[in-house]
Design a protein around this ligand. Structure first.
Ligand code: ADP
Length: 826
């Protein structure tokens, strides 16, 4: 560094004036300017001595910067000679032995001599004083410097805001330069250079140069910072992406783990395939599917489909079977043990079993048990399974309307499953169960295909060894299965299906039979089900009859069983309570008087047919799926215009029967003693009570005709005569169906006489002898006979005597009171 001594005039004069003896403090790497107030931390012993000495004097000290900041013990030549003379404002000794000192720069000073003191530097220095004047140039310089410094303070966050304030009012360019230089972050050397530049304008110029340089650097720095910031941001984004990718990787790894699970599962399936005996085709299919499964992602939807398919194939009974018991006596014993009566069906079943035991593989017809509900069709099929030692499955076809329910959906459909046949076989666990197809008559057909044709394939022994379910897509041999079907009536079974089946009819039970069934089967069964024994509950004979007569009206025994179950539950509750209280057995004897206590008020009137013989009220007989039923018909004759009103939700056939009946009566008007135009002034209203239940059928003709005649002639009808038969316009009585059920219903209702079509006499042999003894059957061929038998007449033959009308029709057929007697509800 060039050291220039000021050549000012003051220098020569001030040689003596400004020469001072002061302690000197070497500074490592800072340069203190005049007017600066700075704290210094002093650790070197020599320096502390210098300070202490100064404190003892005028508190003046010369601050000179070392040439090499690394030197701990700088010597004379290693310290800049020009420094700043400063006043010590404050001195603080810190606990670690160092000293904090606050100094204020006063003026520049130059070391002239080092005095020989060993503990610290004591020098003789010359204070350099400056003078200045304002020229436009320095003013311009000053303003530029201030503006530059302002920018600097804004760019450099380290400069305190007050720094700008300290410049306010500083006109002296030298002082301005020093103050700015004090705040600049420039190298110590550069600062020393400024300190040594004694010409104020030049110094300010140099400072301006540094300020501009620094500003530029700071701007570049800020640009760099921004760039770095952006880069960091990008980096962050990258990190986030990496995080996301990592997560994905983890998911993949997890899946790989699941792949391991799948491996285990596949091994398990392979093991099952090895052990399972299947048809060759099925084995091929299942192996092929497994191969596909291995290549699939374990969580995919298709893997689930594949897995389900394999599982279905593996869980079907392909070769598993039970060994048949062929002992016919044993089979007979079991059938007897499970069911009362039903001789004919049992006999037929035993024949079937006998043939099967002889031919080993039966290709004969399928048994179809037909009868009203609750007569024991399903339970008979179950008994057959027990008798043969086979497993039993039951499948209700009621409401099945879609072919796919029988045959399954193709695997391409979502959620596809095998059909009900295959599903039931899985439940059966063997390939030769007794398979009860319940309610074959309740299947219906719609646009989704005809389930009965699929069922044909199932039941046809010529085809069913290779039954192809859409889902399995493999032939399954159904020929070992023993199918038994049940139905309530034959009419709704499609003829081709009927053709495959051998019909066995179960007609329904008489009261006495029901009583025996209840006593021998239903009561013990329900006792067992409800945890009761003979010591807890006993039903008297009358109690059972009361239930049969007043709480049920059915051909079978299902409701009877339900009512017995209901009583058993209530008794069980009572017994449990008593046993807990008295800790001894408790017996409840159920008598007929107690039945209403358990079951509430009787649901049906029994033994009380109409109390009197009524005009315009006849008892017909109907046949329903639930067996035979009584069907009352009412007729009233009202003044009117010859209208025939028919109410009671009658079907077309019955409406036509009513019209035919009226036409018959009109054609017979004269011989019945009616005025020839009698109908012109009358309305005839035919009503069949229980109007909410639709009724139809061709057997109500004679009933309606009798009723109309009775109403017109005001002759009552025998209340315990029932009738069934269709009528022609000429009064001929035509045969009907379901005679047995109808007669049994009449018997149930205590009807004494039943008029039946002559042509139905051949069916009488089907009716149990016990009933024939109780009910008098009168075959009729013509309506005349019906009227003679049904109307209450002293002399039946007088009915058809040709009698001319004696009185005007209006007087004869004045307002007729409708029958007042209560109509028996069913
Ligand atoms: P269906 O299938 O004809 O509608 P179920 O076979 O379900 O009737 O029979 C109903 C109930 O009546 C069963 O508990 C059954 O054991 C019983 N049952 C029906 N008939 C007899 C009978 N002859 N002997 C013993 N119990 C019978």
């Amino acid at each position: 560094m060039i050291f220039r001594l000021p050549k000012s005039r003051g220098a020569a004069e001030g040689d003596k004036r400004n020469l001072l003896t002061v302690p000197m403090l070497p500074l490592r790497d800072i340069v203190i300017f005049p007017h600066m107030v700075v704290p210094l931390f002093i650790g070197r012993e020599r320096s502390i001595h210098a300070l202490e000495f100064a404190m003892g004097q005028e508190k003046h000290i010369l601050l000179c910067t070392q040439k090499d900041p690394r030197k701990d013990e700088p010597r004379e030549g290693e310290i800049h000679r020009l420094g700043t003379l400063a006043a010590i404002l404050q001195l603080l000794r810190l606990p670690d032995g160092t000293v904090k000192v606050l100094v204020e720069g006063k003026s520049r000073a130059i070391t002239r001599h080092f005095l020989p003191i060993s503990q610290f530097f004591q020098v003789e220095a010359e204070e350099l004083l400056e003078s200045w004047e304002i020229t436009p140039e320095t003013e311009a310089l000053r303003r530029t410097a201030i503006a530059g410094f302002e920018t600097y303070t804004k760019l450099n966050k380290k400069v305190p805001q007050e720094a700008m304030q300290s410049l306010v009012g500083v006109d002296d360019p030298g002082r301005l330069a020093d103050t700015i230089a004090g705040h600049l972050s420039i190298k110590a050397d550069e600062k020393q250079g400024l300190l040594e530049t004694l010409d104020a304008s030049r110094r300010l110029e140099q400072v301006l140069g540094y300020v501009n340089r620094e500003n530029e650097i700071l701007q570049i720095e800020s640009r760099i910072k921004n760039r770095v910031k952006n880069r960091v941001k990008k980096q962050m984004e990258k990190t986030q992406r990496e995080y996301y990718l990592n997560e994905q990787m983890r998911a993949i790894q997890k899946e790989m783990g699941e792949k391991e699970d799948l491996k285990g599962e596949i091994q398990e399936l392979e093991r099952r395939i090895r052990r399972k005996k299947m048809s060759g085709e099925a084995t091929g299919k299942v192996k092929h599917e497994l191969k596909k499964l291995k290549l699939m992602s374990p969580m995919s939807a298709e893997a689930t489909v594949s897995r389900n398919y394999i599982d279905w194939l593996l869980s079907l009974p392909w070769q598993e079977k039970t060994r048949d018991k062929h002992g016919l006596e044993e089979a007979e014993r079991i059938l007897e043990e499970d069911h009362y009566g039903l001789e004919k069906p049992k006999e037929r079943i035993l024949e079937h079993l006998a043939v099967q035991s002889l031919v080993k593989k039966m290709k004969g017809p399928i048994l179809c048990l037909v009868g009203p509900p609750g007569v024991g069709k399903t339970s008979l099929a179950k008994s057959v399974a027990r008798a043969m030692g086979r497993n039993f499955v039951r499948l209700s076809l009621g409401g099945v309307r879609d072919e796919a329910e029988i045959r399954g959906h193709r695997r391409t459909y979502i959620g596809a499953l095998p059909g009900k046949i295959i599903q039931s076989l899985k439940k059966a666990k063997t390939n030769n169960p007794v398979f009860c197809l319940d309610e074959v008559d309740k299947m219906s057909t719609d646009f989704r295909g005809d389930p009965s044709s699929a069922l044909l394939e199932v039941l046809d022994p010529e085809q069913n060894f290779a039954f192809n379910d859409h889902y399995l897509d493999v032939d399954y041999d159904l020929s070992e299965v023993m199918f038994i079907t049940t139905a309530n009536n034959l009419f709704s079974i499609p003829p081709p299906l009927q053709d495959r089946m051998e019909i066995i009819r179960l007609a329904g039970y008489t009261e006495v039979e029901k009583h025996l069934i209840a006593e021998q089967f239903l009561v013990p069964k329900q006792c067992l089900a409800n945890g009761l024994t003979k010591e807890n509950i006993q039903f008297s004979e009358n109690a059972i009859f009361t239930i049969i007569r007043q709480y049920t009206r059915e051909a079978g025994v299902r409701n009877l069983e339900r009512e017995i179950a209901s009583i058993s539950r209530k008794v069980a509750r009572e017994v449990a309570r008593e046993v807990a209280a008295k800790s001894k057995e408790h017996l409840v004897k159920v008598t007929s008087q107690m039945v209403p206590k358990f079951l509430g008020v009787p649901k049906y009137r029994f033994g009380r047919t109409e109390e009197a013989d009524e005009v315009g009220l006849t008892t017909g007989l109907a046949w329903t799926e639930f067996g035979g039923e009584l069907l009352h018909t009412e007729v009233v004759v009202l003044p009117g215009r010859g209208k025939l009103m028919i109410t009671g939700k009658l079907g077309e056939v019955m409406q036509e029967s009513a019209q035919a009946a009226l036409s018959y009566v009109r054609s017979k008007a004269e011989s019945l003693g009616l005025p020839s135009e009698f109908y012109r002034k009358l309305d005839i209203h035919v009503h069949v009570p229980e109007g909410a239940i639709p009724k139809d059928g061709p057997s109500a003709g004679i009933t309606i005709a009798t009723c109309i005649v009775s109403a017109l002639l005001k002759i009552p009808v025998h209340r315990n005569v029932a009738m069934t038969g269709e009528i022609t316009l000429r009064g001929r009585v035509l045969p009907i169906g379901g005679l047995k059920e109808k007669i049994m219903a009449a018997h149930r209702h205590q009807i004494k006489t039943v008029l039946i079509p002559q042509d139905n006499v051949k069916d009488i042999k089907e009716i149990p002898a016990r009933i024939l003894k109780a009910v008098d059957l009168v075959p009729v061929d013509h309506m005349d006979e019906v009227l003679k038998a049904a109307l209450v007449l002293d002399d039946p033959d007088s009915l058809f005597k040709p009698v001319p009308p004696l009185v005007a029709p209006d007087a004869v057929y004045g307002p007729v009171e409708p029958p007042t007697a209560e109509i028996q509800a069913h």
